[in-house]
Write a protein that binds this ligand. Sequence first.
Ligand SMILES: [Fe+2]
Length: 295
Amino acid sequence: MNKVGVTELGYIGFEVSDLDAWQAFATQVLGVEYVAGTHDASIRMDYWHRRIALHRGASDDLRYMGFRLSGPEDFWAMQGQLNALGVRFEIASAVEAEERHVLELLRLEDPAGLPVELFHGPQVDRHAPFHPARAMHGKFVLGAGGMGHMIIRERGVAASERFYREALGMRGSIEARMNMMGSQIAPMFMHCNARGHSVAFGIPGFSKRVQHFMIEADSLDDVGLTYELAKAHKVPILMGIGRHQNDNMVSFYMQTPSGFFCEYGWGGTPALEQSEYNPRGDSWGHEMLDPSLLG
Ligand SMILES: [Fe+2]
């Protein structure tokens, strides 16, 4: 049997305690489109119905991450692959799939207990073009590379690596050894399409399920503008503007109203066809401005 693989990080769900603060952050700083619901809200970044779902709740953490499969054939084949590996999953009902605005959905957990959803057939609203909440120089970079990436918790890098590589069909390697808060770390970066990485793990020092999520604009000026807006709105900035060496992203890191971070970037280059690593992590910049935010 040919191996089946996910094709993109399609959507994320967060549970947030302060929807009003998220609305202000999303519309005034990030510039994404914010669609308010009764107990939740949707963030749009392109034609998709939504890319981030915000659910009102106490945890201020990741609630689920949705990885796309290309269609029903891979949705069925993935079930066989998971069964062969002894990975337990459950098929969501039609009503639950509709809640996520996808045709079909299955649910499982990664080895660190993070809720993972695999779906095909996202709702794409081509009748409703993306409308940024504030002026942007360019637009967000999604398309074949998915919505961005996330740095997630693990309970043993090897177990998570096996899951994302063998069960979900991703590829990747260490890519960077970097110094973080005085210790050497070697995160595992996993990709499933042209984006440099869709998930990475092996970064210590955070208790939530997610350390940061990354969204990318196609204009460097949007990174500069967002940085200025973050400062103007007194959003805590963890790391200043800099450039990573593995995906070449020019970015900075700010704290979301839920405590975890958002990396806002530009200039990412495609996933490595052949593995390499660098010993510094960054080409330049990414100065740690406020380590106290790491908790
Ligand atoms: Fe990142």
